[in-house]
Design a protein around this ligand. Sequence first.
Ligand code: NAD
Length: 487
Amino acid sequence: MAGQKPLLELENFIAGKFIPCNSHIDSYDPSTGDVYCKVPDSGKEEIEAAVMAAREAFPCWSSTSPQDRSQIMIKLADLLEHSLEDFAQAESRDQGKTITFARTVDIPRAVYNFRFFASSILHHTTDATQMDSMGCMHYTVRSPVGVAGLISPWNLPLYLLTWKIAPAIAAGNTVIAKPSEMTSVTAWMLCKLLDKAGIPRGVVNIVFGSGSKVGEALVSHPEVPLISFTGSTLTAEKIMLKSAPHCKKLSLELGGKNPAIIFDDANLTECIPTTVRSSFANQGEICLCTSRIFVQRSIYEEFLARFVEATRKWKVGPPSDPTTSMGALISKAHLEKVRNYIKKACAEGARVLCGEGVDNLSLPPRNKGGYFMLPTVITDIKDESCCMKEEIFGPVSCIVAFDTEEEVIERANNVKYGLAATVWSNNVGRVWRVSKKLQSGLVWTNCWLIRDLNLPFGGMKASGIGREGAKDSYDFFTEVKTITVKY
Ligand code: NAD
């Protein structure tokens, strides 16, 4: 149609070249519901080519010095930072997140991922021990593993992909990355910077497409000895099965059902806005988002009233509007899934205090077909309800009351997940005791989402296997060898 923009058509990036693909998957703009991009629907053939390129590049890249690799990564970070605004616009359009979130969180963090691992790779040490009685000393050496398969989800597209690419290449591996088919644009834009930064051909290959086709081909390939995956627990189960015959090294960062525990001495002036943010930031589509809020009974009613008031101020609107707090959900199917959870909760007798079905959402005409919903607060809900047990991954938070410390620890732990928790109290002893007993890979007390990338990140139970971070990612992306020398 006259005046209509042509669809963006992405290409795979293999051996330093953009390679067109014959078939494509439609990618939607979540804020309008229109198809705006065509993503390669790659499969085994493309994986074969990428493995060949990554294997060819490995001997040279793995023998460059960490200092040289570090310099190249710093250059890449600089180039990405230089184009920050373009990347932020693209991420917001592709994912539905607000432009403010993309500008201040996603892309700055992607830049920082390269800078961080460019620095940390220079500071690892290995171990040595002596055994005088045997006239021996032992020491360890570490080497890159080979071709790493990196698979990432749609919620923080470039942020999470670079959180894997950066440590993998810093340690001397070559990689095949597969972003989510729903959010592939910024990964494709990154490919355009790799050569300029000086990353040799074949070191970073990006292959686009669906999980069931190209994702499985990558996971099943015998020449890809390690897979770093972030995504749902269900997909992780499939990946484990496909990897088992090859004994692959696996790093799995999965879903969560994260509790916030709010004691009666909490500073509510800080706690309420932070818990609104931890529930609804990025449309609630962050694995670390709060979805179960336990409030001590004596402050329960006050908390409910103030939390609902603050949630109603959380503005939903077009992602491109810098005044909005929340954009569109990733897809029509996901929006339906989130809405169904709310319907199920209501059928069980729960009460929706604000949001879906209670308040009206007004949108500009061009966004009427977009996947928007209001942040929703549910109460009068049982711990056994699916809304309190399963990961919804949307802007829905359930609030329930508790009486004692022991009780809330047990209830908070009573889900299959164990990713992140927050604890709010001014009693240091209590904060310490509760944090220690929570089955959770991360506990934030009196704050949320403050990270030191040096420290381990990851979940317990069904939330994952392994950790990511300076040392943890280095350990994952290298093999260790113990050498004994008799003197
Ligand atoms: P998903 O599991 O559906 O997909 C994740 C990635 O895996 C995508 O690239 C997808 O194409 C690919 N994939 C799907 N099936 C595959 C298969 N059989 N073999 C290989 N690859 C396959 O997850 P999603 O819906 O994209 O993301 C949301 C999930 O990710 C949520 O559960 C969320 O909690 C989780 N997540 C976890 C973290 C964390 O750090 N723990 C961070 C972000 C998101």
